[in-house]
Design a protein around this ligand. Structure first.
Ligand SMILES: Nc1ncnc2c1ncn2[C@@H]1O[C@H](COP(=O)(O)OP(=O)(O)O)[C@@H](O)[C@H]1O
Ligand SMILES: N[C@@H](CCC(=O)OP(=O)(O)O)C(=O)O
Length: 387
């Protein structure tokens, strides 16, 4: 269904999920697979039935599905999820095909065609790749197809890997301007501590303050999941901070969730849409260097939202190239911002404390640019610097 002239509106609350016209649904390995049994046909068909029914009623559905690595273990004679990247890649390469075959069949019984989209972080962060992925996705949705997305595990190296599909799903929701993101797992909601007797469901997260005092753990069952609740909360927060509300619940609750019932944990949209590059920089990028700022530069960057100039930098550490993500810290070590740096770590030291005018005269006009341009900066809530 085409978006109307006003574009998609984020769902205001859970009930809005019932009428949302474009949603991204992410399902985790723990719901679909087990280490020993591979793909659970029952769980996969159950989910496909719910999503196909919704698609048939006109909602555009994009499914982000994990499970490739887990599905590939048994065929390769592996008894557990391997730690080695190349073995994970091999398992994903085998398992992804098996997973897609099952989805094709399950959606096919409802007359719905599915497609496979394998993405790396680069495909969503680089402008030209992003536009390309966006075009392909829109075309598929026009055709009434349910695109099924996974990380391209077979080619993703440690450096460019998301490693969890929760955060990938948040960026996909941004890519397609979804009205909501639904994260399905083996646990029915976020609890105020690792789920056990006595832990209480958190029905609503309206701001990051609602997460204070909540113990959020890694994966519960030894086995197939990767990020646990940590990456789900991160993903929901990334989506919400960019204007897309998110619901965290179990795969068993998928039908109830899409009806708008009071299940799971709802993350209210807290911010406005922003460039995906800045979302990545704020939440996902691994910083490879640190620039220490003097007090004037801290105020200019943190409060007055200016570009960072060489005159305000007092120290540099780390090894980086121009274009890499770095953190900007105050003299006391608190992180002020993250940004994409315009110079390499070999160029910067001789520029510190100098005016751009002097640098241009001495070294040439290419040295007149800022160290980090304001458009490549995200100011953060202050916290301790990453080591
Ligand atoms: N505060 C919490 N609330 C809910 N679940 C939690 C919490 N802390 C840790 N978990 C664990 O996170 C697990 C879900 O993560 P994971 O296994 O990675 O799922 P998936 O494979 O579906 O992505 C749950 O099984 C649960 O035990
Ligand atoms: N891309 C990997 C899944 C990684 C992942 O995020 O797993 P999960 O925590 O189960 O959602 C795979 O298909 O096996």
């Amino acid at each position: 269904m085409a978006q109307d002239q006003y574009g998609p509106q984020p769902a205001a609350d859970r009930a809005g999920l019932a009428s949302a016209r474009r949603i991204v649904v992410k399902v985790g390995s723990s719901s679909l697979t087990s280490v020993t049994g591979g793909i659970s046909g029952e769980a996969l068909v159950g989910l496909a039935d719910v999503l196909a029914e919704r698609r048939a009623r006109g909602t555009e559905v994009i499914l982000v599905s994990s499970g490739a690595i887990a599905a590939g273990l048994a065929p390769l004679g592996l008894a557990r999820r391997p730690a080695q990247l190349s073995t994970q890649q091999a398992a994903a390469s085998v398992g992804q095909g098996l997973l897609m075959a099952r989805y094709s069949q399950a959606f096919g019984t409802h007359g719905i065609t599915v497609s496979q989209i394998l993405l790396t972080a680069d495909d969503l962060i680089r402008r030209s790749h992003y536009a390309n992925a966006h075009r392909a996705m829109e075309r598929l949705l026009n055709f009434g197809v349910v695109p099924i997305v996974n990380e391209n595990d077979t080619v993703a190296s440690h450096e460019i890997r998301f490693g969890d599909n929760d955060r990938l799903a948040a960026l996909v929701a941004h890519l397609v301007k979804a009205e909501a993101l639904v994260l399905l797992s083996d646990v029915d909601a976020l609890y105020d501590g690792p789920p056990s007797a006595g832990a209480r469901r958190i029905p609503l997260v309206a701001s990051p303050l609602d997460l204070e005092g909540v113990t959020i753990g890694r994966t519960g069952k030894a086995g197939v999941g990767t990020g646990g609740m940590v990456t789900k909360v991160e993903a929901a927060t990334i989506a919400a901070s960019s204007g897309i509300p998110a619901l965290v619940t179990s795969t068993a609750n998928a039908a109830a969730a899409l009806r708008g019932d009071d299940v799971g944990t709802w993350f209210t949209a807290t911010g406005k849409r922003q460039p995906i590059r800045l979302l990545w920089l704020a939440h996902l990028a691994r910083v490879v260097g640190t620039l220490v700022l003097d007090d004037g530069a801290v105020r200019a960057v943190g409060e007055r939202r200016r570009s960072l100039l060489p005159a305000g930098v007092v120290d540099v550490s780390g090894a980086f190239e121009a274009g890499d993500p770095v953190q900007l810290v105050a003299g006391d070590g608190t992180v002020v911002a993250r940004g994409l740096v315009n110079y390499s770590s070999s160029e910067l030291p001789r520029m510190l404390g100098r005016s751009t005018h002097d640098l241009a005269e001495e070294l040439g006009v290419e040295y007149e640019r800022s160290v980090v341009h304001v458009n490549d900066l995200v100011v953060l809530r202050q916290g301790p610097a990453a080591s």
